[in-house]
Design a binder for this molecule. Structure first.
Ligand code: GDP
Ligand code: MG
Length: 186
């Protein structure tokens, strides 16, 4: 019966890296194989209960397309938290993530908590428990962003760092819990 603390959170990152899928996993514990691209932005809320506080995330899930870039400041301007997403199977998406981080560090609230999330790790994990052969999942190349490289960048830039799969849920809740822990109680 703690009063929830509202926290405005924005998702940023290249189109198709899985921003909307991460939100869908966190909010509805669901996944869609062929998710339709986000137009403009979508708004969702979800509560996150910690030992000493309840955080109500007000989530702005932005479109990744370049033509929507000029709208992004509306969503990150008053945000207390941001999740910047890239796809571990697409090196260029990390470059895009880095440019979003730079923009946030220059233009957003100076106290904003930023998390970097390398998504789609299910595509690069050895298929130990499943019958699926990773070489036959329809993607070429496998991992293009080594964990250590992204982790080192996140450390240097002062970001929380996660690798996630919206598809199987790995690491998704951790992003929001770790952000919630870093939000000051007033
Ligand atoms: P957004 O444009 O960043 O919001 O990306 P979407 O959430 O729309 O996802 C783009 C595509 O990638 C969709 O077809 C998703 O089903 C797929 N996708 C998203 N997350 C994952 C993931 O963790 N693993 C896999 N294998 N596919 C994913
Ligand atoms: Mg989307």
């Amino acid at each position: 019966n703690l009063k929830p603390v509202n926290v405005k959170l924005v998702l940023l990152g290249e189109a198709a890296v899985g921003k909307s899928s991460l939100v869908l996993r966190f909010v509805n514990n669901d996944f869609q194989e062929n998710k339709e691209p986000t137009i403009g932005a979508a708004f969702l809320t979800q509560k996150c209960r910690l030992e000493d506080k309840v955080i109500k995330f007000e989530i702005w899930d932005t479109a990744g397309q370049e033509r929507f870039h000029s709208l992004a400041p509306m969503y990150y301007r008053n945000a207390q938290a941001a999740v910047v997403v890239y796809d571990v199977t697409k090196a260029a998406s990390l470059d895009k993530a880095k440019s979003w981080v730079k923009e946030l560090q220059r233009q957003a609230n100076p106290n904003i908590v930023i998390a970097l999330a390398g998504n789609k790790i299910d595509l690069v994990q050895p298929a130990e428990e499943s019958e699926e052969d990773p070489a036959e999942n329809g993607r070429e190349g496998g991992r293009q962003v080594p964990t250590e490289e992204a982790k080192a960048y996140a450390l240097e830039a002062g970001l929380l760092f996660f690798e996630t799969s919206a598809k199987n849920g790995d690491g998704v809740r951790d992003i929001f819990v770790e952000i919630a822990k870093k939000i000051p109680l007033e």
